[in-house]
Design a protein around this ligand. Structure first.
Ligand SMILES: Cc1cc2nc3c(=O)[nH]c(=O)nc-3n(C[C@H](O)[C@H](O)[C@H](O)COP(=O)(O)O)c2cc1C
Length: 186
């Protein structure tokens, strides 16, 4: 499977790096990190994730590389996830603005009617953000914010993060055992 991963400048951009750490080798990820995401990561990432660049199944493009393969519908990619999705990028996606490789790739996936997942991060959401999410949901985009849950008895922040990443993997149909499923062993 081939996926596009857009990482934008919302809190929790570090979750995208953990997502890549867990990504199985049979899934290729075309990754774009926005300038703001890099700033957010400087403030929030406690660990050095430079080793992610060395994973064979990860190909990184610059945000302004508008001629990259994933900017065209003729390049075959199965799915896209924007994780986390800032309110800025959410608004651009909802309005069809394609001013960088993340928003261009989103527009391409939308017109090609391929699967897209957005993980918007803000608290609280403004009415504008909620309207944008509803508009995109009605167009078939899956809105899946990083939401806490407690039913699989997570005992640490790492386990909580794995739970959220596991739920995104589930949506992308990537096999995983990142969290304990509800009543799985009963
Ligand atoms: C540390 C940090 C955390 C941020 N958290 C959020 C957030 O949770 N949600 C959000 O919409 N914007 C957040 N922002 C602001 C965005 O980065 C800003 O709106 C930026 O223009 C988004 O650009 P992008 O969509 O191209 O990544 C944050 C910025 C910083 C520096």
């Amino acid at each position: 499977m081939k996926i596009v991963l857009g990482i934008t400048g919302a809190s929790g951009a570090v979750l995208a790096l953990k997502f890549l750490e867990h990504l199985p080798l049979d899934v290729t990820a075309y990754v774009v990190i926005s300038k703001s995401a890099k700033i957010a990561l400087k403030y929030e990432a406690s660990k050095d994730y430079k080793n992610i660049k060395n994973k064979k199944n990860i190909i990184i493009f610059k945000e302004n590389d508008i001629a990259a393969p994933i900017a065209s519908g003729s390049f075959k990619v199965d799915k896209m996830i924007i994780l986390p999705c800032s309110m800025n990028t959410l608004a651009k996606c909802a309005c069809g603005i394609s001013d960088n490789l993340i928003t261009r790739s989103f527009t391409v996936m939308l017109k090609e009617k391929r699967e897209i997942i957005l993980a918007p991060r803000e608290l609280p959401f403004s009415s504008i953000a909620l309207e944008n999410m509803l508009k995109l949901s009605n167009l078939g985009v899956v809105i899946a914010p990083p939401m806490l849950a407690y039913y699989s008895n997570q005992e640490s922040l790492e386990q909580m993060e794995d739970f959220i990443i596991g739920k995104w993997f589930d949506l992308l149909k990537i096999e995983n055992n990142l969290y304990k499923r509800w009543k799985n062993n009963e």
